[in-house]
Design a protein around this ligand. Structure first.
Ligand code: PMP
Ligand code: GLN
Length: 378
């Protein structure tokens, strides 16, 4: 066969998790919690299975779950979303992004992406025959240079992908960014693909600038979410997409032949879990406390933090410790110091070496303590 992705190897997450296991390193690389998920949610899944919710559910998602999501969306973002026509439950946020791109892209279309970019974006664009136009976020504050975006829009620009809170950097979009985005897309047919899987994981008084807050933008957007990411169960691979009725109708034409429907008992459980607002409202402060704990401990090491205002990642600089590139340094840390991280350079197409690594702090305190202790030896 002719490879569809000839220039792509194994994802950095697998590479670093395999290296972590091989060297018995503490894994602060791939983003997943090492503490148990909510007992209440586990009990709700159990109950859903025991009470017979084990067959295919509605193709677009268990109806009470979509209703609960619409209710949550109205409460958080004052958005009126029709659960019947505008929400589709998907097998994970990655799938929601991929299907959105497949829905809108034709060969040779261009999609503007910002690097560092979460690693599935560019392959998903290319698999759809389109071209990724990569723009770099500013360093070290990882902001979008909107003047550059304006210059990069052409008649082939079909979409702009945004991600806030941002993986891998933890930067967040502000109201000013949304105003700039609105300016860029006005009088065009550009679609916005907004990856909001970390919507609740936002700190320091920042407010999540969801596209759902802006009805004029939602009309031209697909917004992706992940239950796995926010409810500490990444292995569930369950998420959803929200869009306009028109765009969602096209999305569903593809979804029906690709996944058709998703895990029933977990959707039933989530529809009940979401009835308690604290189940999502408390996630931000829980993660902020972890960020603070980690950053405080890391001050004993020679690694220097860059600010993170969301997600469960923080970037640290090793400037002055090694001249090596990020991947080599990450492997060195894994092998020689027993701590696995993610080199941020893996999220760029070009060779970039800012001497920074991404750390996942969504871990038990004892895991963070043990990693910090190892890193003080650097
Ligand atoms: N987008 C970003 C930015 C992510 O970090 C992740 C992490 N898994 C996803 C999408 C995908 O989520 P899921 O695991 O639900 O596919
Ligand atoms: N989103 C997770 C991260 O950024 C990893 C998911 C994956 O392994 N594909 O670490």
């Amino acid at each position: 066969i002719q490879s569809k992705l000839p220039n792509v190897g194994t994802t950095i997450f697998t590479t670093m998790s395999v290296a972590a296991a091989q060297h018995k390193a503490i894994n602060l690389g791939q983003g997943f919690p090492d503490f148990p998920m909510s007992e209440e949610l586990v009990a709700l899944v159990n109950e859903a299975m025991r009470t017979g919710h084990n067959q295919y559910t509605h193709m677009n998602g268990y109806v009470p779950l979509r209703e609960a999501l619409a209710e949550k969306t109205e409460y958080l973002y004052k958005a009126k979303i029709n659960p019947d026509t505008q929400i589709t439950v998907t097998p994970g946020g990655t799938y929601a992004l991929y299907t959105a791109l497949t829905t809108i892209l034709q060969p040779n279309d261009e999609v503007i992406v910002f690097e560092p970019a979460y690693d599935c974006y560019i392959p998903a664009i290319e698999l759809n025959g389109a071209k990724a136009v990569s723009l770099q976020l500013t360093f070290p504050d990882y902001k979008i240079d909107w003047a550059e975006v304006k210059k990069s829009v052409t008649e082939k620009t079909r979409a702009i992908m945004i991600n806030s809170p941002h993986n891998p950097t933890g930067s967040v979009l502000t109201e000013e960014d949304i105003a700039q985005l609105r300016e860029v897309v006005k009088d065009t047919n550009i679609i916005i693909i907004s990856d909001e899987v970390y919507e609740h994981l936002i700190f320091d008084g920042y407010e999540h600038q969801s596209i759902l807050k802006y009805p004029d933008l939602l009309k031209r957007s697909f917004v992706s979410f992940s239950f796995g990411k926010v409810y500490h169960c990444t292995g569930w691979k369950l998420g959803y997409s929200i869009s306009s009725e028109y765009l969602m109708n096209e999305f569903r034409k593809i979804h029906q032949f690709n996944a058709f429907s998703c895990d029933t008992p977990k959707q039933v459980a989530l529809s009940n879990f979401l009835k308690k607002r604290e189940n999502y409202l408390e996630l931000g402060s829980f993660l902020q406390a972890k960020r603070n704990y980690f950053q405080q401990g890391m001050s004993q090491t020679k690694l220097k933090p860059l600010p993170t205002h969301g997600s469960y990642f923080q970037i640290y600089s090793y400037e002055g410790l090694s001249g090596g590139n990020e991947k080599d340094f990450a492997l060195h840390l894994t092998k020689e110091f027993g701590v696995a991280t993610i080199p941020v350079s893996a999220f760029y197409q070009q060779d970039v070496n800012n001497k920074v690594l991404r750390f996942c702090f969504c871990k038990k305190e004892e895991t963070l303590d043990a990693a910090i202790e190892r890193l003080t030896k650097l």
